[in-house]
Design a protein around this ligand. Structure first.
Ligand code: PMT
Length: 211
């Protein structure tokens, strides 16, 4: 039987008031490419997506969310139907403590905001993984392998895809990515710069081999 993939994509938005939010430049391209590759491999696909300007892959079940809290809720709800989970979304780690119901007025002085932690979705999935295959991404600006290994251990992952997001020609927003994959045995596979579609195919095939 073909497995069901649960894939996340895009950024989250953490609102300060109705017209302002904290976010990041994730376009959703990596996550949507993974959803297409899994669908092309004949799998069922649930795609939980932050706000992006992409056409959803035909045949995937799309669930749109905005905040990290909403993504946490939807991913947790779909988890029982999932065999393989790939978290490619760039989830905000912090949100403003309060979201005002009306637009905040500007004052004369500087503004300090208190930010609080959002739920770590992947870590919470790792705690109740059972037979599922859990794949995370690591977006880093240095010490790629060390940080990826740390995240892999902390979140109880079977595989992690690490990308350097300080580069302009790959990563956030680009059609291309340069990544390394670390598997459960600790083997590091360094991949050259390639299209996100091609990288997605490699990741999906590796998931299917290990499932
Ligand atoms: O969307 P694109 O423009 O195509 O760009 C692709 C990408 C750069 C966003 C993608 O390749 C990528 O690196 N995604 C992961 C971004 C990220 O949040 O990395 P992180 O190292 O901060 O988080 C580690 C892992 O934990 C990720 O799988 C993340 O989805 C997950 N996470 C993070 C925070 C949080 N609160 N909950 C989580 O589940």
């Amino acid at each position: 039987m073909k497995p069901t993939f649960l894939i996340t994509a895009g950024p989250t938005r953490e609102y300060l008031d109705p017209v302002r939010f904290f976010s990041n430049p994730s376009s959703g391209k990596m996550g949507y490419a993974l959803a297409s590759a899994a669908r092309d491999a004949g799998a069922s696909v649930i795609l939980v997506s932050g706000p992006v300007a992409l056409r959803p892959p035909k045949g995937a079940r799309l669930i749109r969310v905005e905040s990290a809290q909403e993504m946490y809720r939807e991913v947790t709800r779909c988890y029982r139907d999932a065999d393989i989970v790939i978290m490619a979304a760039a989830v905000a780690d912090y949100r403003p403590e309060k979201c005002l119901s009306k637009k905040m007025k500007k004052g004369r002085s500087a503004l300090s905001l208190r930010m609080v932690r959002t739920p770590d979705i992947l870590a919470s999935l790792g705690e109740k993984k059972r037979k599922r295959l859990l794949v995370g991404f690591a977006a880093e600006t240095g010490s790629l392998v060390r940080e990826a290994r740390r995240k892999m251990g902390e979140k109880n992952l079977d595989m992690i895809v690490a990308n350097d997001v300080s580069r302009r020609d790959t990563g956030f927003g680009s059609d291309y990515n340069r990544a390394l994959i670390i598997d459960k045995k600790g083997t590091v596979t360094r991949l050259p710069r390639m299209s996100k579609d091609r990288l997605a195919g490699i990741i999906v095939r590796q998931c299917l081999r290990n499932f």
